[in-house]
Design a protein around this ligand. Structure first.
Ligand code: GYE
Length: 306
């Protein structure tokens, strides 16, 4: 129903749940698949969804959350573009008695009563998996390995954690050198632009680690434009495993992809229903995911859902 508060879904007589969902934007293939998953599963679950696209700006997300509070939605879910700066608006939601679920990305608030649960991937683990592949790939070599890194959106949980997890693993061996690192904002266009700059100032790049497929795909264009062969002259590791990324992996242009599932919608709707029924939910729900080599990509490409 439209009445505010944690129990309105059951006490207002009708059992329609209204969810306000503030999405980061439409910056990547991952994001598009995530939006579709949330919208489709809201429909299937009979949840009325108020969907708002923040175009990668925190101020827009804060506005959207305030508007959801004003409209007295039953529950708010959002994917915070960056980790910090949410306490004030989350306190406003709490005071209005509207429960909040974090999906996909975390906040760094000390007060964990500001949200009911956090549903999404373990980004540190993803970064470690990327690093582990590299360690294995170069295990018999003692030469220096020059790495460039395309980071996700500055201040976002996946950018912070994918960097940290990767460093934790490759940092143990001094032959791995990160010679350049910069944000590509998770977009193809920025990935291409920054990779062009990397190529100009660094003649000897061995490896690209891109925090998502889209930046990697943009970088592939830059590498080809510079007359080099992606996947051979420069080895490429990315994260997500969206269709276009998996295609490039199967084609030999990417060498390894760490999966990050955007299909969070069904679990989000389940959690929302439980929270509104007053049931206990785990404070953290971690998405299960795997990794793909070029051979594995060829096998699963035709059955990928996103
Ligand atoms: O990896 C990237 C997207 O937060 C996990 O955001 C998400 C990331 C994803 O733009 O492609």
């Amino acid at each position: 129903g439209s009445g505010g508060g944690a129990t309105s879904a059951t006490s207002s007589g009708d059992d329609t749940i209204t969810m306000g969902f503030s999405q980061v934007g439409a910056e990547s293939g991952w994001r598009t698949a995530n939006t579709k998953s949330v919208q489709d599963s809201a429909k299937n679950a009979g949840v009325t969804l108020k969907f708002s696209d923040a175009q990668q700006k925190q101020e827009n997300q804060i506005k959207a959350l305030r508007s959801f509070i004003q409209q007295k939605v039953d529950i708010i879910a959002f994917s915070p573009v960056v980790e910090s700066g949410w306490d004030t608006v989350l306190q406003e939601a709490k005071r209005a008695n509207i429960p909040v679920i974090l999906t996909d990305r975390a906040v760094d608030s000390k007060d964990t009563t500001l949200y009911k649960t956090f549903l999404g991937s373990d980004f540190v683990e993803e970064g470690k998996k990327a690093g582990q592949w590299l360690v294995e790939e170069y295990k018999s070599s003692t030469d220096p390995v020059n790495i460039v890194e395309l980071q996700g959106t500055t201040g976002s949980a996946p950018a912070n954690d994918r960097k940290a997890g990767f460093l934790e693993v490759v940092g143990a061996d001094p032959k791995f050198k990160i010679i350049a690192t910069q944000t590509g904002d998770f977009t193809r266009a920025k990935g291409k632009e920054v990779m062009e700059a990397f190529l100009k100032s660094n003649p000897d790049i061995d490896v690209l680690y891109a925090h998502n497929d889209d930046m990697g795909l943009g970088a592939i264009e830059a590498i080809e434009g510079a007359g080099k062969v992606p996947g051979k002259d420069i080895k490429i590791i990315t994260v997500d495993a969206v269709k276009d990324g998996m295609q490039a992996l199967a084609d030999g242009k990417i060498n390894f992809i760490v999966e990050c599932s955007p299909l969070l919608g069904p679990q989000l709707m389940d959690l929302a229903k439980k929270v509104l029924k007053g049931e206990q939910v785990p404070p953290r729900v971690v998405t299960e995911e795997t990794t793909f080599t070029q051979e594995q990509a060829k096998e699963v490409l035709s059955t990928r859902q996103y």
